[in-house]
Design a protein around this ligand. Structure first.
Ligand SMILES: *[C@@H]1O[C@H](CO)[C@@H](O)[C@H](O)[C@H]1NC(C)=O
Ligand SMILES: *[C@@H]1O[C@H](CO)[C@@H](O)[C@H](O)[C@H]1NC(C)=O
Length: 529
């Protein structure tokens, strides 16, 4: 090819590329080149900064501890390690601060307590029974991990946590652990369902937990699901088996409970499970079987529940599902072949999907340039972006080859953040810091011009995200009794807090206002009794 033809072809190609980019909604931005660690567990605190965690027994990370080293004789890689395995990321300055953690957090679980402290549980080797606390602080201040002297009742690797209405945490399962326990107080109870769903490769790990408005706990593992009455330790319902592939680690798909809605008094709960992997793909990774292409949706509060199946435009395992302020679901990260686990997947899927629960459609979003496979995370930020971190948190952090350890942090900005929506974008001008179950409250919402459509309010919890499941992710569409113009372009919006701690367990939530479907930045409110 001569130079001129090459240039023409290039111009055509790049034009097609920019056209297709322009047509696909949303955009990725790399916000940090080096987070110091590759985050496999991520949680956004109510100070707006973000806890990143990898694992301790992996060799040195890419960021040093400050004036400190870790001497842990139980560490199988580095008994003397002066690097950090947790950092606090500040989205406003795009900087990280290293924090010290002692025991191994590999494949652990977590959940925010009602007072905003993260309780983080279990992991591998010396970390299996450990309970850790991180009490967050503003970015200029100093706060650190604290390891409790009280242990879990069982050593748990690959368990899932869910906050309960009374503020305690239920910790469910783990590899070879067929029970659940309550923290910080309460007993431990055998659960046959966990044994029944443990196949030859344990496709029941990191079970999906959703606390229903009936105060029963929905538990999904492998291809099956139940409702657990956790007061009496009885299984009150067994649901139909989902068609298709196993859906939990290592055949990981992902799952959310769709937004609970004041329109039906928060009584209806629907669970969505998307993606997964061919059951043979973990043991026979050479085959690189195609991942699952299906989503199942089930109204789990119905008297006759069934899986409503649909096809996604792409196959996906190791996806993450993020509830957005619009109550749509972003399906992001993962690969199209293979299974979850180190080096076991291929064909990374760079385009997220936006699932619309009303229309039941999947909209293909603009792609990333960075594969996010095993040990990657996605979390909603209070400014409406989705923070994407981690991937291939490999031994000794390997930056070359087909599965490089990924230190870059990106954000995905859904199309609602486009400047073309700025003329609608609302701003919460005044809000309570605390709202009380069942009690009225109000916010002042400023809009740029005339009111178009209506103003809505939504609450979103901050989950603990790891291994394609965001533990404790929850959304509520709140009532809006009236939006009254009170002063220049500012509306007094009257609402009522969630009726009970069953509908919204006590915690800090992000409160978003939406104007004609375009969200504001969130404010943090404490939902409490
Ligand atoms: C929140 O509660 C936990 C557990 O009781 C405690 O360790 C932590 O210090 C508390 N945090 C705050 C900010 O009071
Ligand atoms: C990935 O899976 C698809 C669908 O099964 C298959 O056609 C393709 O050959 C697989 N890719 C690789 C690299 O094995």
């Amino acid at each position: 090819m001569n130079n001129r033809r090459a240039r023409t072809v290039l111009a055509l190609l790049s034009c097609c590329f920019c056209l297709s980019l322009a047509q696909q909604p949303g955009r990725f931005n790399i916000v940090l080149q080096n987070a110091g660690i590759s985050s496999m567990h991520t949680a956004v605190t109510h100070y707006g900064n973000v806890i990143f965690l990898d694992r301790t027994n992996i060799g040195p990370s890419a960021i040093n501890l400050v004036g400190n080293c870790r001497d842990n004789p139980a560490d199988m890689m580095t008994t003397h390690d002066c690097t950090a395995h947790s950092v606090i990321y500040d989205p406003s300055s795009n900087t990280v601060r290293p924090v010290f953690i002692y025991s191994d957090t590999w494949c652990s679980s977590g959940q925010f307590l009602p007072n905003g402290t993260l309780m983080q549980t279990g992991g591998s080797s010396d970390g299996g029974s450990i309970i850790r606390y991180f009490t967050p602080c503003s970015s200029g201040s100093w706060c650190n991990w604290m390891e409790s002297s009280t242990n879990l009742q069982s050593s748990r690797w690959y368990a899932s946590n869910q906050i309960l209405p009374d503020g305690r945490i239920i910790v469910v399962g783990g590899r070879g652990v067929y029970n659940y326990e309550f923290q910080p107080t309460g007993g431990q109870f055998y659960l046959q369902f966990l044994k029944d769903t443990a196949d030859f490769q344990d496709d029941n790990l990191y079970p999906y937990l959703h606390l229903l408005p009936s105060n029963l706990l929905y538990i999904f593992a492998n291809r099956d699901s139940i409702l657990l009455n956790y007061f009496t330790n009885t299984v009150v319902r067994k649901f139909p088996t989902i068609p298709g592939e196993p859906r939990n680690y290592p055949c990981s798909g992902s799952s959310v409970m769709l937004a609970l809605d004041t329109a039906n008094s928060y009584s209806k709960a629907e669970v969505l499970v998307c993606g997964g992997a061919n059951q043979a793909s973990f043991k026979n990774s050479d085959a690189q079987y195609g991942a699952s292409q299906t989503c199942g949706r089930m109204e789990v509060t119905s008297n006759s529940p069934y899986w409503d199946m649909s096809y996604m435009p792409f196959r996906r395992n190791m996806g993450d599902m993020v509830l957005l302020p619009t109550a749509k679901v972003l399906i992001i990260n993962g690969a199209q072949n293979g299974s979850q686990g180190y080096l076991l997947a291929s064909n990374p899927i760079l385009n997220p999907l936006l699932y619309d629960p009303d229309k039941k459609t999947f909209e293909i979003q603009a792609p990333s340039t960075i594969p996010r496979v095993y040990h990657s995370t996605a979390n909603l930020l209070p400014d409406g972006r989705v923070l994407v971190a981690g991937s291939n948190t490999r031994y000794t952090y390997q930056y070359t080859g087909p599965f490089p350890t990924e230190l870059r942090v990106e954000t995905f900005s859904p199309a609602y953040l486009d400047a073309t929506n700025d003329w609608l974008r609302p701003r919460i001008a005044k809000n309570p810091f605390t709202i009380t179950y069942g009690m009225p409250f109000s916010v002042d919402v400023a809009i740029p011009g005339k009111l178009v459509g209506n103003i809505q309010l939504t609450l979103l919890s901050s989950p603990f995200t790891t291994h394609s499941f965001s533990q404790g992710q929850r959304q509520l569409k709140l009532p809006v009794a009236a939006s009254v113009l009170s002063y220049a372009n500012t509306y007094y919006v009257a609402s009522t807090a969630p009726p009970s701690s069953v509908v919204a367990p006590p915690s800090y939530y992000m409160l978003f206002a939406l104007h004609n479907g375009i969200p504001s930045q969130a404010v943090w409110v404490l939902v409490t009794s």
